[in-house]
Design a protein around this ligand. Structure first.
Ligand SMILES: [Zn+2]
Length: 162
């Protein structure tokens, strides 16, 4: 397929392959609306390649996955997939349901573990951590328990002697 053919297929008004914003193409092969998006896509591709090589439990990145599938479709001259709000909203609900299922199982496992442990003679103070936040350690604290599973929410419990 020649450049002029791909130009006529895609037209001058295109959607950026990374951020999906519409833009007017100034070059026949332009697939990103600016250099920043091209760099992000390049970084994602590099990161993805490294993740496949190093880590089988790589995280899901919707932008990255979508970028790859659209790029592959461009390559074989199949129209890009349209991102539809309803389908995205539905996927969001299913994701939340799956998260709840997994967290419910974690809760059961954690409660079972807690029941097996002996309670120490300490007064407890709880700090809920949301995002990056410093620990606020109360006076007379001698012990701590600190947990964060996804790096978004965490809990610190401080123990002070009774
Ligand atoms: Zn863009």
């Amino acid at each position: 397929m020649s450049e002029t053919e791909s130009e006529s297929v895609q037209g001058r008004i295109r959607k950026c392959l990374w951020c999906r914003r519409a833009f007017e193409a100034k070059q026949p092969k332009q697939t990103f609306h600016n250099r920043k998006c091209a760099q992000r896509a390049w970084k994602a591709k590099k990161k993805d390649r490294e993740a496949i090589q190093e880590d089988r439990t790589a995280r899901v990145s919707p932008e990255q996955l979508l970028y790859q599938v659209q790029r592959d479709r461009d390559r074989i001259s199949v129209p890009r997939l349209e991102v539809v709000d309803y389908l995205e909203a539905r996927a969001g609900v299913l994701e939340a349901e799956e998260q709840l299922r997994q967290w419910h199982k974690r809760l059961m496992d954690r409660r079972a573990r807690l029941l097996k442990l002996e309670e120490p003679p300490l007064s407890r103070h709880v700090q809920l951590l949301l995002g990056v936040q410093a620990l606020i350690v109360p006076a007379r604290t001698t012990a701590i328990g600190l947990v964060s599973t996804d790096g978004l929410i965490g809990v610190a419990i401080y123990g002070t002697p009774r």
